[in-house]
Design a protein. Structure first.
Length: 94
């Protein structure tokens, strides 16, 4: 696996909203700019959207947070690999 570097920032313009921006580059490849938004739309529901360049990709997902358990699902598009789905269950402190 090639070494990589990533630098970014996150900004919360208001409670329940986070905007993210980063630059990622794997050595030997062209770098990519990535952007994301996370919003708590209900007390238990968080939605996420994102986009990246090189190759152009889009992602969307959500989390349902119940006490100490979070159920998460997301999908990511890719020009060569098609759509990939992700699922997670997180257990921890809140």
């Amino acid at each position: 696996m090639a070494p990589a570097v990533c630098a970014g920032t996150a900004f919360s313009p208001r409670e329940g909203w986070t905007l993210l921006l980063d630059f990622y580059r794997e050595f030997g490849f062209t770098g990519e700019l990535r952007f994301g938004v996370e919003a708590r739309v209900l007390p238990l529901l968080v939605v996420r959207f994102g986009a990246a360049s090189n190759p152009d990709r889009f992602s969307a997902g959500f989390a349902i947070e119940l006490s100490r358990v979070a159920l998460q699902a997301a999908a990511n598009t890719h020009s060569d690999l098609g759509t990939t789905q992700f699922y997670a269950v997180s257990i921890g402190r809140r």
